[in-house]
Structures are given as structure tokens and as C-alpha cells.
Design a protein around this ligand. Sequence first.
Ligand code: ADP
Ligand code: ASP
Ligand code: MG
Length: 448
Amino acid sequence: MNINIAKFGGTSVADLDAMQHCARIIAATPETRVIVVSASAGVTNHLVALANTLLSKEQISDVIEQIRHIEYGILASLGNPKELQEKLDSLLAALHETAMHEELLHRDDLKDSLLSFGERMSSLLFTEVLCRLGVNAENFDIRNVLKTDSTFGEAIPNLDSIKQLSEQFLLPELTSKVLVTQGFVGSDEQGRTTTLGRGGSDFTAALLAEALSAKSCEIWTDVVGVYTTDPRITKAARPLPELSFEEAAEMANFGAKVLHPATMEPALRKNINVFVGSSREPEKGGTWIVRDCENEPPYRAITRRKQQVMVTVKTPKMMHAQGFLQQVFTIIAKHSLSVDLVTTSEIAVSFTLDNPANSVAEKLNRETLQELGEFCEVVIEENYDLVTVVGNNMHSAAGVSSKIFSSVRDYNLRMICYGANPHNMSFLVHQDDSTEIVKELHRCLFEV
Ligand code: ADP
Ligand code: ASP
Ligand code: MG
């Protein structure tokens, strides 16, 4: 069977009208057998607020009321079908109970359980929308298949289990049905609910595509494909018809929010073509991400990752002491942190850490810095963004870097780094400058 997996993001399932656009896309493609949905727009943000903020009982109820308003809005547009309302009510009641749990703020397992409700509700509603359009659709609880470790908040998938369980539970159903399931959510060995990190539904879709040996994976969102840069930064950004797996992986990793950072990993492993397009405007086409592209331009896109911290560790003992670097990086490795930029001098080493608020990384960063502080002086500088130019053969092609440098010569670049592969070049810049820097790079690299 030629299977296609289609994933619909938060704005694509924000209300009934948006959901109907998605349903029409699915109905028009018979190979689309598994549908992965995000929570309706705004819901996960509300859930994150519940999970991470100390709120009074009244405030908790207020936030849940806002979530209920979003879900009930869709239910009302569907004419309040009784059975669906009952299912939704029981999820809202369970959500309320979890949100009121007195240990919520200290228990990562409870937080993940709480975060899963958005996708659990949107997938129920979307199944109904599809059925009304005459599609034989059924809701499927992804926790039966998407097995992960117990790193709550950023769980790591267990590929072998996912494959085996997908073949056992999903595959036999797909000849007769379309299954609608939750992105972002998984479960650990003990059956506790886990999540894959913000934006993780893209990753879910790619993982299922891999497990089911799908022919393709479609990411339907609110933009007409992957652009030369975030279209919210500059109106001059334009959609790219084609990208290679490597380029897309670099873009995702360096902050192009349109794809969760890990999305391309399963696609690369199994050579699965990934399509990115707009669920509102499917007729406009989109971006195909494939193994071999027609051309490999030196500059393909510019990305930005916000909220970076620069850490400088210093010790006079570092002079001629080779063990120091090893000590520093052993601690970083122990906490599974990925370091993008590194510079060293005789008595100091500086590196950057990705530090989005409320993330697992932020928490690990805190522990790391504490451990480093036990044997050296640690200076932390915040308010930086990482701007990356993604392209091809950036190390070897003549003039590639000078063109980039000349366009950013007027800005203070705190750190500069050629990637360990030929596909990127990154700058750590002050957050107040990053928008202008991206615009200027875009003008020089793509608008002349
Ligand atoms: P979804 O809810 O569908 O997953 P996201 O908000 O996660 O959607 O991702 C889509 C958004 O990603 C776009 O609205 C756009 O602002 C942002 N984005 C960032 N970089 C890019 C890029 N290079 N190309 C397209 N969109 C990008
Ligand atoms: N709902 C989750 C989030 O907002 C996952 C996703 O949308 O991909 O992060
Ligand atoms: Mg997303």
C-alpha cells in the first residue's frame, strides 16, 4: 500500500472552517491513511501556562474555561452532537483534575499528561469533521504506538517499538479506514503519557511515516511551504519549491519553526519525501523536501533561533591544562546538551546553549551551570539570537562567506561559526539586532 501521512498544525485545526479545509485535502487523496493533528491554536499555550505557573484555583478554572471555549466553539459549529460532547466533557473533567493536582508544578509526568489534552480533544473533533464529509475515519490513541523514554517534556522515541506497534495496530486498519491521531504525545514503558517537545506533531508524523514505510509525509500548516526565511520577519521571503533533506534538517535545527527540529531524521533514514504546504491554500503548492534536489545553491535560506545564552568558563588553571576542556564538555555531554558555537582562548572557553523558556533544555542548562561553577568561573550572557545561513558547499565555494560578511559588517557579531558540515554558517548576535540582520542578509543573498 502506498501510504501518505498528513499532519495538520494548530491553526489548521483552529475552528470548524479551518478543519473543513483539511478534511477536503484528505478526501481528495486516497493514499492519505493516517492523520496527525496538533491541538487547536492557542490550546497548548494555555496548557503550558497551567503546567508551569503557580496559579490560584480561580485562575486555573479561568484558563480551563478559555480552553473549553475553544473546544466548545468547534462543537457548537458541529451542532453539539451528544456523544461527542460527552467525550469532550470527560476529557475536560480529567484535564481539570490534573490541573488541580497539588504536585503538578513539581512532577514532570503530570505536566506531560496535562499537555496531552489539547491533541486528545482536537483529534476527537477532527474525526467527526472527517466522518461528516463521508470519510471512514476513526480516532486512534497514539499512546498505544508512540513509545518513548521517560524524558518528560522532550521524550525520545523508541523506534523499534514504534515500528512493531504501528505494524501491529495501525497497519491492519488502514485498508478500510483513515485513522486520526494525536501529534506531540507518546507514552513511556510504564504507560505514562509523554510529549515530544513544543511543535512535536511534525516529528510524530515523520516517525509514523518511517514506522509504516510511507511513501510521503505531508506537513500542512499556515504558510505555502518552507520560505527563504520566516515570512513574519520579512515580506520579501519567498517559498522554496524544493529543498534537500540536509538543508531542511539544518533549517529545522537552527530555528525554522515550520518544522520541529527532529522532523527530518526519520525522513532521511527512510528516504521519505516530505511536503510542506498551506491547508488554506493547497492549490498554491508548497515545498517538496527530497534526497536529491535539482540544484544546490550556495544560499538557500536564513533562520533565526531566539533565546540563546552564551556561557564563558574561565580558569587560570586552563593554561596548558588540556584536561579543562574535557572536564567542561563531559558535564555538557552528561546533560545531553547540544552546543552550537564554541570559541576557545588560552584561559577561557565560550559556548552557546539553546535556552527556550520552560523547556527541558532550560532546566538542564541550570544544572550544567551549577556543576561548572563548582570548578571554574562561569559568566553567563543572555539576550542573544542565533542567525544561520543555510546552503551548500559553504566551506569550499569561493566568495560565499565574504558575501555574507559584507552584508553584516555593520553589526556586532558576538560569535561566528562555520558548521561542522558544509550546510551552515551561524552568528550569535544581540537579540535587538537579529531582525535587521536577517532582513539585511535576505536582501543581499536573495533579493538582488
Ligand atoms: P503549525 O501550527 O502548523 O505547526 P507553526 O507555527 O509551528 O505551524 O509553523 C509555521 C510558522 O513557522 C509560520 O507561520 C512561520 O511564521 C514560521 N516559520 C519560521 N521560519 C519559516 C520558514 N523558513 N518558512 C516558513 N515558515 C517559517
Ligand atoms: N500542540 C503542540 C505545541 O503547540 C505540538 C504541535 O503543535 O506540534 O507545541
Ligand atoms: Mg509547528
